[in-house]
Design a protein around this ligand. Structure first.
Ligand SMILES: [Zn+2]
Length: 455
C-alpha cells in the first residue's frame, strides 16, 4: 500500500500544487484550492495504462481508411434537443448538461427518458430516491415510464449494473454526486469529477453506450471543474434561463458531432418542459406597442432567425455614478453604444441611469441587434416611441457607422411572417432587396440617419 500523498487542487480548473495557494496561477480564481488525498499505487496505474495502450494501438488508420459515414444517431423526438445535439444522440457519446440548480436539467432528462421508448434507458440519480423519482414521473404525467431508475452514487456499482443491464443510454444525475471508491477525496471535488468522468468515457466508448451527465453550475457561473470536464466529454450543453422566467434556452458550448450555434427553446410549465417551436411569436407576444424605449430586432441563432424585443429605460440618476445594467445583452457593448450616442448624437447620458433588457429572458450576443439597442435607448431618452411595425437590424461601429449583417434575408423573412412592414437596415445590405408596396426598406449609413428617420 502506497503512502497517501496530499495535494491541493484548484476546484475551478483542476490545477494541482503541493502547497496551498491563495490564487490559482492557471485560472486566476481566488480561494479555490482544496486539500485532496491521492493514493498513488504505481503498479496499478501502470497496468491500467497498459490496458489503454493495448486497446488504442489497433486504432490507427490511414486517412483513406477512415469511415466518414454519418454517426449512428438516436433521434429523441424532442425537436429542440435533437437540433442542439446536431440531429440526435450519437451512440457512444458523452454529453455534459450544465445549468443552475433548479433550472430544469433533470426534468429535461426525464422527459427524454420517457420519450425514447425503443431503447433501454437507465436513469441514475444520486440526489433522489427511486420513490421520489417515480412520484416526479407521475407529476410530469408520463404515460410510458418504461425506463430503469437507479438510486446510486458509487461509480463501481453503477458500472456493474450497466454491464448487466446493457442500456443504450445512461443518464447520471448529477456527476457531482458520483464517486470512485479508490479516491479518498469527497464527491464533487475536482479529482472525483475528473476520475469518474474518465471512467464513464471509457465505458461509453468501449460499450458504445451514450451517457448524459448532469452538472450543476457553481456560483461563478461555471460547471464545477469546468475546464477539466469540458475538455473530456464530446458535447457540452448549457441550460440557461431565469428561474422566475418561463423560458429556458438549451445551448451547445462544445459539440464534437454538430454545430455549436444552434439553440433549443423550451417553456417550463406545471407538467414539465414544452418545446417552443415559434420563438419569435412567443418573445414578442407580451410587447406593448406605441411605447418609448422598445424596438424589435432579429438575431440569428444557428440556422434560425429569432425576433426579439430590445427594451431600454433611461431615467435620471440619483447617484453620482449613474447605473448601467444590461440583461441578456453584453455589458461592454452597452457602454460602447452609450459612448457612441453621446459623441455622435450629442445626448448626454452621464446623469442618467440606463437599463437595457432583452425581453423574455433570452441572452443574445450577436452584434446585429446593436442598432435596435441604440434606438431603444434614444427612444426612451426622448420619450418618443418607434413605429411598432418596424424591424431594426445593423451593427454599430465605433464611429457611428452602421455595418452590414449576415443572413439579412432570413431575418427579414421572419419579420414579414409576423406582419412587420418596415425594415431599417444597413445600406450595405440593401443591394439584395427591392422596395415593394408591402415592405418598405429604410437603408442607413450611420447612427445619425437611423435616429433622424425613426424617432
Ligand atoms: Zn484554477
Amino acid at each position: 500500500m502506497a503512502k497517501p500523498v496530499t495535494k491541493y487542487v484548484c476546484q475551478n480548473c483542476g490545477y494541482s500544487s503541493l502547497r496551498w495557494l491563495g490564487k490559482c496561477p492557471e485560472c486566476d480564481s481566488w480561494n479555490s484550492f482544496v486539500e485532496e488525498i491521492v493514493v498513488t499505487d504505481r503498479r496499478k496505474i501502470a497496468s491500467k495504462t497498459k490496458g489503454i495502450i493495448d486497446s488504442r494501438i489497433t486504432n490507427i488508420f490511414k486517412v483513406s481508411e477512415i469511415d466518414i459515414t454519418e454517426d449512428k444517431r438516436i433521434v429523441t423526438g424532442i425537436g429542440e434537443l435533437d437540433r442542439v445535439l446536431g440531429g440526435g444522440i450519437v451512440a457512444g457519446s458523452v454529453v455534459l448538461v450544465g445549468g443552475d440548480p433548479g433550472i430544469g436539467k433533470s426534468t429535461l432528462m426525464m422527459q427524454l427518458s420517457d420519450k425514447i421508448k425503443k431503447n433501454t434507458i437507465l436513469y441514475v440519480s444520486g440526489e433522489e430516491s427511486q420513490k421520489q423519482i417515480k412520484l416526479r414521473c407521475e407529476r410530469l404525467g408520463f404515460a410510458h415510464d418504461e425506463f430503469y431508475i437507479l438510486s446510486e452514487t458509487s461509480l463501481e456499482i453503477i458500472a456493474a449494473i450497466v454491464d448487466k443491464l446493457k442500456p443504450e443510454i445512461v443518464i447520471i444525475d448529477s456527476i457531482q454526486t458520483i464517486y470512485r471508491n479508490e479516491l479518498e477525496s469527497s464527491p464533487g471535488s475536482v479529482s472525483q469529477l475528473r476520475e469518474s468522468t474518465a471512467a464513464i468515457i471509457q465505458i461509453a466508448k468501449a460499450k458504445n453506450i451514450s451517457f448524459f451527465l448532469i452538472g450543476h453550475i457553481t456560483k461563478e457561473g461555471f460547471i464545477a471543474g469546468p475546464k477539466v470536464l469540458e475538455h473530456m466529454v464530446d458535447t457540452v450543453l448549457q441550460f440557461e434561463g431565469e428561474r422566475t422566467h418561463a423560458y429556458r434556452v438549451l445551448r451547445a458550448i462544445k459539440n464534437r458531432f454538430g454545430s455549436t450555434n444552434e439553440i433549443g427553446i423550451f417553456e417550463m410549465t406545471g407538467t414539465g418542459l414544452v418545446e417552443v417551436t415559434n420563438p419569435s411569436e412567443v418573445f414578442l407576444s407580451q410587447r406593448s406597442k406605441g411605447i418609448s424605449g422598445s424596438s424589435v430586432s432579429a438575431s440569428m441563432e444557428g440556422t434560425r432567425p429569432i425576433l426579439v424585443e430590445v427594451q431600454a429605460l433611461v431615467s435620471s440618476s440619483g447617484y453620482s455614478v449613474p447605473q448601467r445594467t444590461a440583461t441578456g445583452f453584453d455589458y461592454k457593448r452597452l457602454a460602447i453604444l452609450i459612448a457612441v450616442l453621446e459623441k455622435k448624437i450629442g445626448i448626454h447620458l452621464s446623469k442618467f441611469d440606463v437599463f437595457l433588457n432583452i425581453a423574455g429572458g433570452i441572452k443574445i450576443d450577436e452584434p446585429s441587434i446593436d442598432l435596435a439597442a441604440a434606438l431603444s435607448i434614444c427612444s426612451s431618452f426622448k420619450d418618443s416611441a418607434l413605429e411598432s411595425e418596424l424591424l431594426v437590424i445593423g451593427e454599430v461601429g465605433l464611429s457611428g457607422e452602421i455595418r452590414s449583417v449576415s443572413f439579412a434575408e432570413r431575418r427579414i423573412q421572419e419579420a414579414v411572417k409576423l406582419g412587420f412592414k418596415k425594415i431599417l437596415l444597413p445600406k450595405g445590405n440593401l443591394k439584395n432587396f427591392k422596395q415593394s408596396k408591402e415592405l418598405e426598406y429604410i437603408p442607413v449609413e450611420n447612427i445619425q440617419d437611423a435616429i433622424r428617420l425613426t424617432i
